[in-house]
Each structure stands twice: as structure tokens, then as C-alpha cells.
Ligand binder design. Sequence first.
Ligand code: BGC
Length: 764
Amino acid sequence: MNKRVKFIYLLAFAILGFASCNSPKNKSKKSVIDQKVDSLLSVMTLEEKIGQMNLYNGFWDATGPKPKNGNAAKKYQDLKNGLVGAMLNVRGVKNVKAVQKIAVEETRLGIPLIIGFDVIHGHKTLAPIPLAEAASWDLEAIKTAARNAAVEASAEGINWTFAPMVDISRDARWGRVMEGAGEDTYLASLIAKARVEGFQGEDLSAHNTIAACAKHFAAYGFAEAGRDYNTTEVNPSTLRNTILPPFKAAKDAGVKTFMNAFNDADGIPATGSQHLQRTILKEEWGFNGFVVSDWGSIKEMIAHGYAKDNKHAAEIAAKAGSDMDMESYAYVKHLAGLVKDGKVKEAYINQAAARILKVKFELGLFDDPYKYCDEAREKEVLGSKELHAGVLDMAKKSMVLLKNSTNLLPLKKQGLNIAVIGDLADDKTSPLGSWRLAAEDNTAISVLEGLKAYPNNNITFASGPKLYTGTPTFVKETQINTTDKSGFNEAVRTARNKDVVIMVLGEHGFQSGEGRSRVDLGLPSFQQQLLEAVYEVNKNIVLVLMNGRPLTINWADANIPSILEAWQLGTQSGNAIAQVLYGDYNPSGKLPMTFPKHVGQVPIYYNHKSTGRPKTSDHDANTVFWSHYGDISNDPLYEFGYGLSYTTFTYDNLKLSAKSCNKKGNIKVTFTLKNSGNYRGKEVVQLYIQDLYASIIRPVKELKGFKIVDLKAGESKKVSFTIDAKTLEFYSANNKWEAEVGEFKVFVGGSSKTNIEDSFELTD
Ligand code: BGC
């Protein structure tokens, strides 16, 4: 901070600080940071306060330090005039320092910028995509992954991430399922907490922790027909019981910011929703950080048909409690006028600016605005060995073994002739996924490279037809190859007479992610055809799937002996996959999202409600009048929570400590888990309940607990969970969280299809 600025600021603080010391009321209520915020606000002009509410995308790289023309020049000028509160997509110590220097040394008050970036799963050194991490069910590992991401990103000057995305989604057509934690509210809530704690660490003012952002508030994951940005229809019960809890968990974990959403929910754009942002988030939940709009979502209210023009959009968003404008240019242009015209209360501006300044103080930016700008640290931390070890560990934990019917896996480490087939097998970019802004193309370890680290088998590689055309950067669906079959026959020839064929198939890294909705969930391009042709000549196939969403792989499930779900595992992808294929790591992941049999079943999720006509044993083969499809069963291909291991587990001896309890009591659920196979392994044991009747229909099953249990071959362990009234709460017809008396079923097992069960009653 320059001397002049410090003087103005300190003076204001001294006056206000003195005043508040003399007022017992203020003294007891306001934290030191709040007092500092008040002091600062007292010397700010209306325009400067609105400037804090303005978030600009970086213009630095493209246009150099002093852009002369167009939008970039305007942004640069705004920055100099103190009309920018935060920037995104500026990274690298040199660049961050340069923009920060303008804010701190050239503006009247020298208020530092927050520097945001989409640090979604790692930064330059990438961890698995978030959906894959969720498949680990390992909250400690997920927290560590977020911690490591914060360490790396902060070393590049970043102090705010637009993560975690905590949107629940039940629709694999939606490309952004890769960015969330899957379909289940309970699991996703715990993961939201883990990620927030990982990013923000124990001390937000440390130089290696960053502010997190729970997004997209709310209902974005419920886009109709899975088409990104589409409208959503959510009833209040689904909103409260299914969509909001992960956001609440993030809030309770101390998340500093929320991002609103592109979608409308029930006719009101989330960005303009007072109900969501002011009533629920700020009033009901007491959230005291700030809400940022999504990219351009304020001005998009015009296209929605909710705002007349950008000025009107600014008015709506500010009133609704959207504190910061990302790239709509709505606040910086129109808010001052709206206040002067009496359309927006000045108090709203003060509150929004205060929320933003508070986070800046909490980050420690006023103590040292350059604290994230240490070139030596940047050099030492980016791409460090420790970070690579971290993403490798997370990648191994994220894989899900879907099938291993002939125990083809794990592979022997010597003497095998192996064919490796598939364009994705030597793809060093797709494993990075679509959120890889700070990672360069071609920086992932490919499956082929990973396998070659085991030198005593003989590997022959044939790519088969190319999956896409063009460079790997920003591949669009239209670039997926559907015409050029070259390489097909050679791949089939290569597979013939080999001991094992490893086929790496799935989606290109850019086929899932934002704006990447698909209606076909099968294997794209010629991959399905290739799989079937190779199967004709060699049945010993291990199918390694690389994808960002559930796929419909019925044929593979029916025919291929071994299937490993490897998602997009990040920088260390190939090493992690090879270690699992060779049994140096026994997979223990479980699906966080249902795999449908057919896209027509979507949305499909395990915790659906019961209809009045569910399947019962009374239905004989000729009955059609129950809730089902005529041409396919209601069952998914792989259910939520499903995943195998190289060993097997048995569940036995389920006992409840009582058959009933009142709302103050609890019931202990115990059972015996046995490793009944030949390898040491970890099992994610899962506890589900069903509330048999309630004021609002409850799901047929709901996850209420899980534990990762590590057992040696032959070993058994007693596992227990405790159920109390809190476990049984839901947002009831009384519009509040409560447990209702009645009967409950309890299920335990290794997936949501578990069938060992008991029951109990909850009384008042
Ligand atoms: C996405 C957000 C993201 C933002 C900034 C938007 O398109 O929806 O999730 O954080 O861009 O990159």
C-alpha cells in the first residue's frame, strides 16, 4: 500500500475505531475485521464501492501491460480508477503482481484485488476430475487434493477458486456432471465440506490457502433434458431436500463465496432470485461472505426475458443480493445511476462492498497484497514432486472396477504379450479433462506410457481410428471422427493372438464439461465397432474406460470380462491405471452416479421416490399397469455405490441395538464385514435407510453413512453406525428440517442395491 493510501485508511480506521470503542453496543458486536471494513467504507465514494463489486476477466496476456484500444483499454482504465474489485484468469506471479501493483499503487485507496481462477481439480498438476474423486468416497484424500490444488494455484498468484461445484445432477447427458460429486446429496455434502476445508485450509490468511466458492446457486444441475444452461423446474421439496444441502454444508464449512447460476428455477433466473440469495442464503443461513454472478449471468437475464436491458438486469441482480458482477459490465456501468435514481438502495451497495472487503481482509491482502507473488515459491511449487505424488494417489483411489468376471485382472507382471488398442491409450491430453486452464496439452502420462513402466511384458500398440480431428485444444463434438476408419483393421490384427488386449475407450477430454451435453451416452466414433471386432478375434479384453460421465455400455458389460472405470484421472493418469491393472493398487472406488442401460432411462438415480405403482411380486408377466418401460427394465446397468475389488467382501450378522427409539435416543447398527477373497482390499461399506411413510414422500433408499474398511485376505471386522433423529431429518411438509415418527428400514452393503436389511421405529 502506498503512503497516501495508508494515511487515508488509517485515519478513517482511527476515527471509527475510536467511535466504536466508545460505543459499548458496537464494541461487543463487531469483529476487528468488520470494524476495519466499516472504516474503509467510510472513506469510499459510491463509485469506488461499486468498483469492488466488479470482476473483470484478465486482459493482460493478450494485450500487454497497457492496452490502447477497445474493451481491454477500458478495463485497464477502470482498474486504474479503482473500479475493479477482482480479476479472473490472470495467473503467474509476474502477471498478478502487475495488476495488483496498479490496484495498490495507482488507485486512490489502494485496495488490493482478489485474483480468481477455476482451480477445479488441481491447477497445473491435475488431479482426477471431481466426479472421479467422488468415486473414491475418501474424504481425507479429497480434502488433500483440494489442499494441494490451493498450494499450487496460490504459488501462481491466485487467491480465489471457483470451486467446488456442488450441484447435484441425475442426468448424465449434462456435461458438467464431471465437475460435481454425483447424484447423492449426502455424499456430495460431505465432499463439499472436504473441498472447502482443503482449499481454505486452517488459516485463510496464509500464503498458500485460497478462498473457495460454492457454485452454482442453485439448481443448475437440474437443467431440463441435460442440456446445459437449460431451464429447471424444481419443487420446493426437491430444492430443500436434494439440491441445497451440499451448499449448506459448504456454508457451514466456512466457504467464503458463492456463485449464482445461469439457469432459471421456476421462472426466476438464479442470478435475479431474492429468494435464493437474500432470503435463504444470507438471512436464513447467515452467510456473510459474498455472492459472485456466473460469467455474464447478470446480462443474460435479458435473453431469459426477465430484464429489459443491462441496466434493468443490474437493478434486479443487486436487489437480489448478487454482490459481484462477473463480466456483465452491468454494475460498473449502471449501479451508480440506479442508486442516484432511487432504484437501488445505497445500503445494498454498502453491504455488497462490505462483504467483498471482508474477504479481502480475511485473505490478508491488506497486510501484504503481494503475499501470493513470490517468484521463488512459484518456481519451487509448480509441478513439484509432492504434487505429482498427490495426484497419483488420488487417481488410484478414484478408479472403479466394474467387472472382472474371469479374474483377468490383476495382470501378471511378466511373460505376457499384450495388445494396447485405442486412440485414447496414447492420448496425453484427454486425461486432463476439460477444466485444465493452467495445464498444457500433452502433459498427462498416457496409459501406454504407464504400462511401459512394467518392462517384462511385451506391448504392441495400435490406435485404431482416430477419435477426433484437429489439435487437442478445445475439441468440439463436431470434430469427433465419424468418417475416417483408417487403422481399424490394423488394430484388430494387432489384437489377434495376444494373451491380453487392453482397450482404452471412452470420451475425448472435451466431450464432457461445460457446454458439452450429449444425447448419446454410448462410445463415440468407431469405438463400439472396434470393441466388437476385436472381441471376435480375442475375448481376453480388459476395457479401460476414460470418460467424464456415466456411459451406456451394455454390450461391453455383457461380453467383456474386465472393465475398469478410469474417468479422466489427470496428470498421472497412465501411471495410476497401470498400477491398478497390475495389482500394485487394489481398486476400491464406488460409483457416485448411476450408469443407465439406456439414455431413455435418464434421469435415473437410486434415491428416487416410490410411485403408487411400483414393481411388486403381484405383477405377473402380462400386467402392464405399473410404473415401468415396456422395452427395457427399470434397473440401471450399474447402480450408485457399485464397485468391485480384486478381493471379495461378505456382509453378515446385521444387528440393531433396539427395535425402536425416541427422538432423543439412538440405534446402533452393527454387522460383520469379511474379506472373503485372496487380496488385501478396502471396501466402502454403505448404510442406507428408508422412511416408510412421511408427510412428503421419501426416497426408496437414502445413503446415511459410509466407512472405508481396510481388510487383509480372510480378515473380518465388526462395523458400526449410529442412527439418531438427526440422521432421519428431512425438509418436511411443515417447511422445516425434522424427523417424523414412524417406521424405517435400514440397509447395509457394498452398493445401493444392498439387500441385507432390518427395521426400527422412531417414536416421540
Ligand atoms: C462457469 C463457471 C466458471 C466461470 C468462470 C462459467 O462459464 O459456469 O463455473 O467458474 O465460467 O470461468
